[in-house]
Each structure stands twice: as structure tokens, then as C-alpha cells.
Design a protein around this ligand. Structure first.
Ligand SMILES: [Zn+2]
Length: 415
């Protein structure tokens, strides 16, 4: 039951379904395929697509590999259509991108930061304001991934950087010293944990698609993990659920910056790699050195992979997932030291799990998951009857060709 009772409500509901299908398939399916997927009559689909084209939400191109029968079209993003601004804020840098319906990403800026809330979020807020003004009414929202737990109310703690209850939306929307203010209509940013967002992206576009119960682990300076049930990361009661990295799964006794002792994340990630070769670590510094360790120190890579495998076994015993996916440095650890990882993983499994242990896979999205998840959080709010109605009301002339170019392809790639 969709709750639509009148023909107008049914049409609004089908507009959402069609746009959602175009978005989720990466704008890669033809109108005929979408018509079948959604069990629509051909005439209904034609009318729906025409309306969405007129509203500046869709644009159709001929299918590239058309061989026989009636020519068919592929619905994709409109050249002046909605854009989600998505950001991945890591401990040492941020990346800002414009994302269109279907998931096409154009990186706008990459900037290092000093690790302070003001240093990281001040420059980012100014960049969002600048690009928001340039893209104008195309921007439907801002999604931000952060490397720490996000409490309800968007307060963020990043223990490695000493962030406690940082009000991220307030800092992002504060006027910058240069006076760059975000344009009206941009709205408050949607803030989420990087691991949970990477897991969401994996469920939508990666190796957790169609998986009932999956476990996703994202490795950067340390690691985060979250259970994904029916495509949704389990957020926890207070919104801070993606914190498997702060469980004592490897028997260590080091004090973690989070305040707990023996956290798994102390043994997995860039910080652990740096520590193993005797280099300074912590504070979101040393990414390049850690990459060097990954490339040149097989002993350190294997020790880290073993710690990863041991913790995965404990979580598999607890949660019984179908598949375990790894993103960030997790992909490199799996590719370079998969054998060491499995040697620690398999003995850690309960006997009843060993006949058919859940498979472990590197993410299909690599380092892009958190950014893509931030994009999905924006489109999830937009692809609703209310979101589309708001767009239609604020874009009354969208169907007409306008000479002013606002294409995201005019953006620059920095850093
Ligand atoms: Zn911890």
C-alpha cells in the first residue's frame, strides 16, 4: 500500500518511484526497462517522463547500444537539474563534490585542514557558500560525512582531534571572515558518520546491494564498523551506532583517545601502521607516511590485517552477516595481506560458522563511499512527494532553455 488515493496522489507517487529508480540504477536503464521494473503502462511512463523533463528533473538520451526494434531512450539527469553537495571530512582534509541524479560525482574542491573545528569547517563552509551560490537553485541540500560519532542534534566528537560536541551545522553556516554567506534556500547540512554513510553507499551502489544482513568496516586513521540491515546502517538509539572500532576485540591494552582501553581501532588503520614502524601517529597526521608503510612494510601490513581479521571474526560470531565489506585502507589490507587476514579470521569463528563463513569483500566504491553516502542522504530527503513538489514550485520556468550555463562540469579540481 502506498497510501495514494486520488489520481493526483498516484501520479506524485509514481514520479518519486521513477526518479528513485533512475537514481538507484545510475541512470543506466532504458525507459522500457524502467517501465517494466516499475510495472507501469507504457503510456503512463511516457506521460510521467514528459512531466519530469518539463520540470527540469530528467533528460533523455538515446540508448547507446540500440540494436533492433523500436528506438529507446535512457532517462538521466537534466542539465539544469537537482544537485546534491556532498562532503567527506577526514581527519586531515575535506573533499567537496557536486552529485547529480544517478550518482555522477564532480569533485569541486579538496583542501587539507589543521584538524581544529574552525580550521576544518570554516574553510568548508565558505566553499559550500561559494559553490552553492554558483549552482543557485539547482542545489537541493548539503550532506556531510565526518570521521566520528554524530549524536542526534548533529553534535560531533572526533577523539583523535580532540573534538567534543562540535556543532557542525552551526560552524558550516557561520559567516566566514571574508563575508561569504551561504545563499538562502541551501538549508541546514545533513551530517552523518563516515562509516555509516560508506555503508549506506555500499548498500545502494556497492557490494551490499540486496544483502539482508551485512557488516561494513571503514578503515582510515582507525576503523569504524556498522551492521547494515535491509540496506540501512543500524544507527543506535542516540545515532552513534557505527563504533565497532571501540570494542576490545584484539586483546590490546592501549588507552584509546575515545577514553576506553584496548579498542580494536588502536590496532587497525593508518595510526597503527605508523606506530608499528616507530613513526609518530595521531591527530590526523601522517597519511602519506602510512601509504608508504602500506607499500613497503609487508610485516606491518600483515600485523594490521591479522588484527582486522581477528576482530571481524568476533563481530561475525555476534551478528551472523551474509557478507563483510571493507572500505578505505581496508581494501588495501585485503588485497595485500588477504591470507594473513583469513589466518586470523577463520580460527576466531565459532565452529558452527566455519562451514560457511561469511565472505569478505573489498568495497566496490573504495574511498568514495562516505562521499556517496552523504549524497544519498540528500537525495533521500529530496526524492519524496514533498521534495519534488517544492522543486516544481521553485522552478516554474525550468522547462525552457536558458542561456545561462550552470553546469557542474565547469567546476575545478584542486588539491
Ligand atoms: Zn576507543
Amino acid at each position: 500500500m502506498n497510501g495514494a488515493t486520488t489520481s493526483g496522489e498516484l501520479r506524485a507517487h509514481n514520479r518519486v518511484r521513477l526518479l528513485r529508480a533512475v537514481h538507484d540504477c545510475g541512470a543506466a536503464r532504458t525507459r522500457s526497462q524502467l517501465t517494466r521494473d516499475l510495472h507501469l503502462a507504457r503510456g503512463t511512463a511516457s506521460v510521467l517522463v514528459a512531466g519530469l523533463v518539463e520540470d527540469g528533473l530528467l533528460h533523455e538520451e538515446p540508448a547507446p547500444e540500440h540494436t533492433r526494434g523500436r528506438p529507446t531512450q535512457v532517462p538521466g539527469p537534466h542539465p539544469y537539474g537537482p544537485v546534491a553537495l556532498a562532503v567527506d571530512v577526514r581527519e586531515d582534509a575535506w573533499e567537496l563534490a557536486a552529485c547529480e541524479l544517478g550518482g555522477r560525482v564532480t569533485v569541486l574542491e579538496v583542501r587539507p585542514h589543521d584538524g581544529t573545528p574552525q580550521g576544518a569547517l570554516g574553510t568548508l563552509g565558505a566553499a559550500i557558500a561559494t559553490h552553492g551560490r554558483r549552482l543557485g537553485h539547482r542545489v537541493i541540500g548539503v550532506g556531510v560525512a565526518l570521521a566520528g560519532p554524530v549524536r542526534h542534534g548533529d553534535l560531533v566528537d572526533i577523539a583523535h582531534l580532540g573534538w567534543r560536541a562540535v556543532d557542525v551545522p552551526a560552524l558550516l553556516t557561520a559567516p566566514s571572515p571574508g563575508g561569504d554567506v551561504a545563499p538562502e534556500g541551501l538549508g541546514a547540512p545533513v551530517v552523518g558518520n563516515d562509516t555509516a554513510l560508506a555503508a549506506l553507499a555500499e548498500a545502494r551502489r556497492g557490494r551490499l546491494q540486496g544483502v539482508g544482513v551485512g557488516l561494513h568496516l571503514h578503515v582510515d586513521f582507525d576503523l569504524g564498523g556498522v551492521l547494515v540491515v535491509d540496506g540501512r546502517p543500524v544507527a543506535g538509539a542516540g545515532g552513534t551506532g557505527a563504533e565497532f572500532g571501540h570494542m576490545p576485540l584484539t586483546g590490546g591494552d592501549r588507552l584509546c583517545p575515545c577514553g576506553a582501553v584496548g579498542c580494536w581501532g588502536m590496532d587497525v588503520g593508518a595510526n597503527a601502521l605508523l606506530r608499528q614502524v616507530g613513526l609518530a601517529y595521531g591527530g590526523g597526521r601522517g597519511r602519506e607516511q602510512a601509504e608508504h608503510v602500506l607499500a613497503t612494510s609487508p610485516e606491518s601490513v600483515e600485523a594490521t590485517a591479522r588484527a582486522l581479521g581477528r576482530g571481524i571474526a568476533a563481530l561475525v560470531n555476534a551478528h551472523d552477516p551474509e557478507v563483510v565489506t571493507l572500505s578505505g585502507h581496508g581494501v588495501q589490507l585485503w588485497e595485500r595481506a588477504g591470507r594473513a587476514l583469513l589466518e586470523a579470521y577463520e580460527p576466531g569463528l565459532m565452529a558452527i560458522r566455519r562451514d560457511r563463513p561469511p565472505r569478505i569483500e573489498g568495497s566496490a566504491l573504495g574511498w568514495r563511499g562516505s562521499l556517496l553516502g552523504a549524497m544519498e542522504s540528500v537525495f533521500d530527503a529530496f526524492l519524496t512527494t514533498e521534495g519534488l513538489e517544492l522543486w516544481r514550485k521553485s522552478h516554474p520556468d525550468q522547462g525552457r532553455d536558458t542561456p545561462e550555463q550552470q553546469s557542474v562540469t565547469h567546476s575545478t579540481l584542486e588539491g
